[in-house]
Design a binder for this molecule. Sequence first.
Ligand code: ZN
Ligand code: ZN
Length: 483
Amino acid sequence: MVGGRSNDNGEEEGGILSFLDENTLEKLPLYDRAGLIDNGEIDANDPARRTPSGEWKIPKFVRFHTYDAGVGLSEIFWQHPYNYTPFMGHNSRVESWGMYPVSLYRLQLSGKCIPKPEVQFLNALKRRKVEQLKAMDLSDLLQSDYTLRIYLSYIYNPSDGVTHRFWRRVRVSGGLRLSVFSDKIIKPLFGWVRNLHAHAFHDHSDGAMFGPKDCNSIDMMHLDKSGLTYIADADWTIAHILSDEGDKMSYHYDFGDNWWHDIELEHVSPPSESTGAVVALGGAGCNPPDGNGLGTHAFADMLDKARSSIVERRKLIKKMFEAMNYSPVGASWPASAPPDFDFDHFDLEATQAAINVALDSPASLPYASKKIVHPLNMDAHKSSATASRIGQHPSQLKRGIAVAQTPVRPGSFIGDGKMFLEEGVNKSRIDRPTNTACASCGSPNDLMACAGCRRRFYCKRECQREHWKRTHRYECAEMSKKK
Ligand SMILES: [Zn+2]
Ligand SMILES: [Zn+2]
């Protein structure tokens, strides 16, 4: 078992919105309770609720809030979660705990005193999954190199309509934590902006979800449509989900825009032939645009239209260059949108370089993720008082973490020059060896901290020597100063 820590820490994990507590709810007129409240037929002391098929039944596991009539809930919530079989979704895979979107009506109905029935149910599924993960025998897989093919789901080459148009092939260790895999490998592979949006891995065998713990990125508000809750991905490795060649999982990036990736295990190398190093092996297609409102399906539609119309093609290129990863907020000049932009171009060397940069950096801090800030007071950017806008009071930032502000450049499509981007950055906090990878090669195995700064980790002496020569000798002393 990897990571002895229990990651099932509390009923509210996963950012469930709780707008109404019991007292507030009592004061609301009936018609404001959005159809959530039963029309008077519920006895506050009776745990039974009417199922969708009309039967009055006491649920086997969940408890209902006094005012919750169970309207909009599927019959499964009257079952015991341990007897629940996840539903198969489209394409013969199970995603989102095998439980597809719950009525949005139910979003508002959550007293602080008792989690929503669906969350109680999913927390039980999480506990069951964690027990299964702990009991897994991974044998050699943690020391085995995996060749993975990662592609944008549902976007196909126009020439055949079958093969995926945007894909990357990469070799990584099966022992890499899912959090590190997301932050330092998948993000640079596709050019996604690190620590901007949330993500979730979906285990296709049972729909179990894994995501960033304590994430407060803006798209977490859509978690209710994206599976409601997940297991902390920092506690488990790729090998916990993928073990046999042909196994697949999904990677859902940005719960608002919705970018879907499939990750397929193509090959497992035996430990004797494995180094743990992260190597980008190939790919096709440009980096998809991040943070401009497009997602998998909207992007696919626009690409389709761009094939037959120059106007649509220019429209898409312009849209691409409004994205955070094409036109960074802090850039001094507006990025120009080249009319001959090639949607199918992939640069292997630049991609490996981006991975190397990510490996040579501290772990991202999802609890203080990037936020675009519009100050109410236009002079606010001159004052340190702006620090709290990150969504955390400065005193809540962990030791060694600072707030970094990047002004949005004038003329940008998202601002008027007064806005800025904020993010919690790691100044001197020391990553745990389990939350990082070798700064030189990306291996998660046998990591030892640099004795000088303790801010970078290495899997072996040669890696430390290589990295020292390449960059670390210029940075080690500086890093160790910032305590
Ligand atoms: Zn190494
Ligand atoms: Zn050092």
